[in-house]
Design a protein around this ligand. Structure first.
Ligand code: AMP
Length: 283
């Protein structure tokens, strides 16, 4: 595995790989890798000739009151894991490499960026889109792999790729969970044992939503009510949002039809966790 820290060097290496006819797969991450990340890495290794993983904790997607410094990091461990997965390139830029002192350019995906997580994290998706476009420009991948765990991010990035005529194919892979249902997240390491137990309320409330729909309920308000009641019963949990929205425009739906996205963000102690599920009805 070749470790690259400079964008220019990565660009050159990718040009060389492409000139040899190799298809490039790309997995952007913020590191502190877990099985969720590795599901993306393995899919890329399987589907493409060259796999590039980036690790960069992107400062522009953290709000002023969100603790960028507390985001978990362990580059040494991550490097060993990626070597074992037979990743070809690890891109490890530092902050200055991505954002020079006079940095001024940002990408916004209007309307979508303000919904769901965007309401409590107003600049978050602008930061995500900006860094992902910069990384796409450096790698120029054939396919980029993202997780359904960050459903809004996936929807916004697909929109960005279409709107800006980018050549990359975006592939979204399912949420990887712990055995008890908790969605894997680097942030889970910041939960103490009591909070870890309380965090189960996210996936449990999504299960509850699926159960209510299975029983024939089609009114989103009823389903959201059931979910909120369950979360409110967990003293360590504080709801940021619980919504059921259209899969494309992220607008709340009035009725459960075909496929809709049930998404939530909940603070467990100080840790903000997100989870989601697709509710499907056939009729
Ligand atoms: P992050 O390091 O949190 O920015 O995540 C990097 C990529 O891994 C994103 O595309 C995430 O959606 C994806 N990811 C994170 N957690 C999971 C998970 N539990 N299952 C599947 N994909 C995930």
């Amino acid at each position: 595995m070749r470790i690259i820290t400079k964008t220019g060097e990565l660009h050159e290496a990718m040009r060389e790989e492409r000139s040899r006819g190799r298809r490039i797969g790309f997995v952007p991450t913020m590191g502190f890798l877990h099985e969720g990340h590795l599901s993306l890495v393995r899919e890329s290794v399987q589907q493409t000739d060259v796999t590039v993983v980036s690790i960069f904790v992107n400062p522009t997607q953290f709000g002023p009151r969100e603790n960028f410094n507390e985001y978990p990091r362990d580059t040494g461990r991550d490097t060993e894991i990626l070597k074992a997965e037979e990743v070809d390139y690890l891109f490890l830029p530092d902050r200055e490499e991505m954002y020079s002192k006079d940095y001024k350019t940002y990408v916004e995906v209007h309307s979508l960026q303000d919904k769901l997580c965007g309401r409590s994290r107003p600049d978050h998706f602008r930061g995500v889109c900006t860094v992902v476009l910069k990384l796409f420009n450096a790698v120029d991948p054939d396919i980029a792999f993202f997780g359904q765990k960050d459903a809004q991010q996936a929807i916004i990035l697909k929109r960005m790729v279409q709107d800006l005529n980018l050549g990359v194919k975006i592939e979204i892979l399912p949420i990887v969970r712990e055995e008890d249902g908790l969605a894997l997240s680097s942030r889970n390491t910041n939960l103490n044992p009591e909070e870890r137990r309380a965090a189960l309320v996210l996936s449990k409330s999504l299960e509850e939503a699926r159960r209510i729909v299975m029983n024939g309920e089609r009114d989103p308000e009823q389903i959201i009510g059931g979910m909120k009641e369950m979360i409110a019963a967990e003293p360590l949990a504080k709801i940021d949002y619980v919504e059921i929205v259209d899969m494309e425009n992220l607008v709340p739906v009035r009725k459960i039809e075909k496929e809709v996205l049930a998404a939530l963000a909940v603070f467990v102690g100080k840790v903000r966790l997100i989870d989601n599920t697709i509710l499907q009805v056939k009729e």
